[in-house]
Design a protein around this ligand. Structure first.
Ligand code: XIL
Length: 321
């Protein structure tokens, strides 16, 4: 077939972030999601900010719709994300009772969410973006304040593991390719969690990068992360064309470099030991679906153009698998 279905040629899971709306309403979107990917990540439908309503009740309607699509197409659901410093719903922010009841609400959220998708979920981003941007330290957030730094992560991993012991549980962060202090802090956190016996089943590397990524950076990053022997998920891959995000200022140069960067990412991932290649997930389908394009209309960071046609970046990925 031309172009080939990525999932039919990849020797590991191929994923994409999707939204429930276009999955239901947009046939081009749905066809791309079904054809190329073995697993789908809800782009925001499984974030606390959506799931936890103002009165504290949970709404899983949109994530359920994505899960139903996955079931209908023989796919898995990647759980994203249980605990995040950002966009904490008011219902939690307002809980200023005792540490015990805060902890109970925290546990209850994780148990309900992980439990609901047992069987269809093949893994969870349990802790999202725990490292600060520049300082290379752990982020101070409501969770660390209420439950203790690192303790909140350990607790989330334990509760998720007790709820679904069969799937890998990950921490997930970005800029590991470009910020050595951030990568170092991420590696220290992994060590700490492993030493404490936490059920950490893999490492998420978001891989929001740009067409200006220095050659070799991806190989070096994956080599460092792989040293723990854990499976690795490239969990949110996109390659920005915007100079403000690090891409070359000359657009044709950036576009050519984008395909090369995609090639290098896939090459580095393919080079990992097979048991460490958990999955490679694109953060969106068409350029027009990308969160980066919503921020800057000139961006075009994905594998398919606005019409859903494969770009040179797609050929670079398919040709490297
Ligand atoms: C982004 C989504 O793409 C947006 O639609 C949403 O408004 C905000 O979050 N790192 C993550 C993702 O872990 O959850 C973020 O997704 C992108 C950065």
């Amino acid at each position: 077939d031309n172009p080939p279905a990525l999932k039919s040629i990849a020797p590991f899971g191929m994923g994409a972030a999707v939204q429930a709306g276009p999955l239901r309403d947009d046939p081009v979107f749905a066809a791309l999601a079904a054809r190329h990917y073995t697993q789908l990540t809800p782009e925001w439908e499984l974030k606390m900010e959506y799931v936890v309503q103002p009165d504290g009740r949970f709404q899983f309607d949109r994530a359920d719709a994505i899960a139903a699509f996955c079931r209908a197409h023989g796919q898995k659901l990647w759980g994203h994300t249980l605990v995040w410093y950002a966009n904490i719903p008011d219902a939690f922010a307002r809980l200023d009772e005792s540490r015990a009841s805060f902890g109970q609400a925290f546990d209850n959220y994780i148990t309900a969410t992980v439990g609901r998708y047992r069987g269809i979920a093949n893994g969870w981003d349990v802790i999202n973006e725990p490292i600060t941007d520049e300082g290379g330290r752990l982020r101070d957030c409501l969770w660390s304040q209420k439950l203790g730094q690192v303790d909140y992560m350990r607790r989330a991993l334990d509760v998720a593991h007790a709820t679904d012991p069969s799937v890998p549980l990950l921490i997930n962060d970005y800029d590991l390719e470009t910020k050595p202090a951030k990568l170092a802090a991420y590696m220290r956190l992994v060590e700490t969690l492993l030493k404490a016996g936490a059920p950490l089943g893999g490492l998420g590397c978001q891989t929001h990068i740009s067409a200006g990524l220095p050659e070799g950076a991806m190989h070096r990053t994956l080599e460092a992360l792989a040293s723990f022997g854990l499976p690795i998920h490239l969990s949110e891959l996109d390659v920005s064309l915007v100079p403000g995000r690090g891409a070359p200022a000359n657009r044709p140069v950036a576009v050519a470099r984008q395909a090369q960067v995609y090639h290098e990412v896939v090459e580095a991932f393919v080079g990992l030991p097979p048991q460490q290649r958990l999955a490679l997930t694109m953060w969106g389908l068409r350029d027009s679906d990308s969160w980066l394009k919503r921020e800057d209309a000139s961006d075009a960071p994905l594998l398919f153009d606005d019409a859903g046609a494969p770009k040179p970046a797609f050929a670079a990925v398919a040709g490297t698998l």
